[in-house]
Design a protein around this ligand. Structure first.
Ligand SMILES: [Zn+2]
Length: 237
């Protein structure tokens, strides 16, 4: 059930029987020379769609909200096409969206996040909303971290625009993936270094992993295990 497709009387009726809203959250940012700028939104939107489908088969309903497209992406802002929102503005914006859902009566808000830079502001936003609405529970899911073990049983490596993310995109929007440009390697630093142009070092060309072994089959396997596990968590299995 997609929020944006309902009328307000439909919504009023839905919120009486559905307690969970799922909000995909992403980022518009550079993902190498081979993946589209919207990768971090396409992935969680597809996971949300599959979670809802799996829950429907179990007779459980959730409401899926439109995604938050723009995120906080300091590190990748060194590349063209990255549209970075400051951490403060992003935190406040997502907090206001969650407050509205809490005030409408939703008791569980699931932030299905597709982008690492969003994580710190999302935690702060969630804490503020839960202070204000004690009966409300917020789940913050980072699919590539929370299900890392499963992903690494499918892919030999993972990372930004890497094997896992590229595989998922090959499964979701293959026409947007330019595999002939898919190259890169793993970079890391011993401590967290924050500097305006650090992205050029840590994410050369906007990549931090080798994406060349990505396949649609791996992407399909990731989407399947991640959506099944989220669906199980939501029904308390
Ligand atoms: Zn990404």
């Amino acid at each position: 059930m997609r929020l944006e497709e309902l009328t307000w009387p439909d919504f009023e009726e839905v919120k009486r029987r559905v307690g969970t809203v799922v909000i995909p959250v992403g980022s518009v940012e550079a993902h190498g020379k081979h993946l589209p700028l919207g990768t971090d939104v396409f992935a969680p939107v597809e996971i949300a769609r599959r979670v809802e489908e799996r829950l429907r088969r179990r007779g459980v309903e959730v409401l899926t909200a439109p995604p938050v497209w723009y995120g906080h992406t300091f590190v990748l802002d060194v590349y063209p096409g990255t549209i970075n929102v400051s951490g403060d503005a992003f935190k406040a914006y997502v907090r206001e969206i969650m407050r509205e859902f809490a005030a409408e009566g939703f008791r569980r808000i699931v932030l299905l996040n597709g982008h690492g830079g969003n994580y710190p502001p999302l935690v702060l936003a969630a804490e503020e909303v839960s202070e204000e609405f004690p009966g409300v529970e917020i789940w913050l899911i980072n699919w590539w971290i929370d299900f890392r073990e499963d992903i690494l049983s499918i892919c030999s490596s993972q990372g930004h625009a890497g094997q896992d993310e590229t595989s998922v995109m090959l499964a979701v929007r293959p026409e947007l993936v330019k595999m002939e440009n898919a190259r890169g390697g793993r970079r890391s630093s011993r401590v967290r270094v924050i500097r305006k142009d650090i992205g050029k070092e840590l994410f050369p060309d906007g990549v931090n992993d080798d994406p060349s072994l990505a396949t649609a089959e791996k992407g399909e396997a990731i989407l399947s295990v991640v959506s099944e596990k989220i669906a199980r968590l939501l029904v308390g299995e």
